[in-house]
Write a protein that binds this ligand. Sequence first.
Ligand SMILES: NC(=O)c1ccc[n+]([C@@H]2O[C@H](COP(=O)([O-])OP(=O)(O)OC[C@H]3O[C@@H](n4cnc5c(N)ncnc54)[C@H](O)[C@@H]3O)[C@@H](O)[C@H]2O)c1
Ligand SMILES: [Zn+2]
Length: 528
Amino acid sequence: MEPNLILTGFMGTGKTTVGRAIAERLKRPFIDTDAWIEERASKSVAAIFAEDGEDRFRAWEAEACAAFCEPQELIIATGGWTLGPAKNREVLEQGGRIICLTATPEKIIERLSAANDRPLLASDDRDARVRALLKQREAMYRSFAWQVDTTEMSPAEAMLHVMAVYGAITNLVEPDTFELPMHERSMSILLGADLLDVLGVMLRARGLRGNVAVVSDSNVAPVYGDRVAKSLAMSGFEPVLLRVPAGEASKTLDTASVLYEKLVEGGIERSGLIIALGGGMIGDLAGFVAATYLRGVQWIDVPTSLLAMIDASIGGKVGVDLPSGKNLVGAFHPPLMTISDMTTLHSLPGREFRSGLAEMIKASVIADVELFAMFESGETDLPEMMRRSIQVKVEVVREDPFEQGRRAALNLGHTIGHGLETASKFELLHGEAIAIGTIAEARVAERIGLARSGVADRIERVTERVDLPARFVDLDIDEIILLMRSDKKKQSGRLKYALPRDIGDVVICVDVKDDVVREVLIEMKEQA
Ligand SMILES: NC(=O)c1ccc[n+]([C@@H]2O[C@H](COP(=O)([O-])OP(=O)(O)OC[C@H]3O[C@@H](n4cnc5c(N)ncnc54)[C@H](O)[C@@H]3O)[C@@H](O)[C@H]2O)c1
Ligand SMILES: [Zn+2]
């Protein structure tokens, strides 16, 4: 039995019309949960609301979900809030694939103008009521991985898009979704398997069209470029593939200029779309190009390195390096979506993979005691550990989207790490430098009486456990300290540290004496 197809979304997005049409086309049973409830209650939804109250209706909805939890190839249209309660969603997900239909408030109001059987809209100012309800439910609707924006679609078109998405996802495991509001834009983050192949269908169904440029690097493009191009082409896009040499050396204004020219040649207009396919370097570069080309075009981040999936792709910061330092030119320009296909990690070199683990350990020290415990116990459930790391970054950025306070906590390990990375002339990968930097900063925190004793040893043990370096060789300590000062994150001449007080508890400090840092580094330097 194939999984059921479950349609959710606000009223007026087309759930019933589309669901019924698909059921007819596929010759499958169609269930409208409202109608199912009316039949059992022997009264209309409006009457249930009026006579028994909304709570009774919600209880009926829970019963409906329980009744359709098995895969039976059903096509189910749910009520607008049926999947609001997490329990209902879990139950239906067991036997089906949920697709959320969306439309703009204007379109919804237009479509509902004739309806008078909607108890929740019984209000004098229906427009305001629709907008308020939509706002209230926005986060819930956005939390579904699979979305079809029906605003510009006729019912027949919407049916085709829903069927395409359903066909593409029937064999996929449901991805995890995270929602990150970033003022006027908000970004959706998806983490799952085999998502590259459904990229085209997903973007098209969300109403994205126009020309698409895929920016990738010389390591990633040969492995995944064709798959992405094919997926886009199957959904009617005509992708242009732009490739830059792999490595941080490509993250420059010069490369950006080359890309701008190619975008013009490729006919990418303001309505066009840029897709970044690669590690954090590509995300930063392509995102920066998206932020500036034609004063800003929309972009999608498809991170392929562990570090990019759990860190670089989240938070909307994009930028390029200058000869005088990393990330010195940039913008806040969040992608519409970040789509992480974990299966791309199979081709990631081991050293790069471990480099990503360093940022996950960092995330656990900042705000997730349980994740840290997973590292301590040698846990290998990578998807769960990635989810937790993403959640830490999402929460921190949510609190401080424009980096004015709390977000500085993400710099844990980075003040000293930056000095190490630069002093090694980038022989140390970023994550490797951060691994050592995190231990060093924890030692500093202990030495100044901030951290509870033993914290640094615990961090060192998990670092070694995942085969990341915990010490450094051959670097000049005075040079490291000097280079730390060239970090743009220093504040009015004083170095700013994010230091742990304990696992899961990090604070910002500015009064750390260089001598303390020097003592710690001397201890951590291994004689070659
Ligand atoms: N914007 C932010 O908030 C933010 C945060 C952290 C880091 N960053 C940036 O991210 C960059 C570091 O990210 P990174 O470590 O992903 O660097 P990267 O993009 O250079 O990738 C590392 C290496 O792995 C290769 N690679 C990536 N995915 C692969 C795959 N699936 N298979 C095979 N090879 C693959 C790349 O070609 C490269 O050689 C830096 O430029 C850093 O400044 C940005
Ligand atoms: Zn980092």
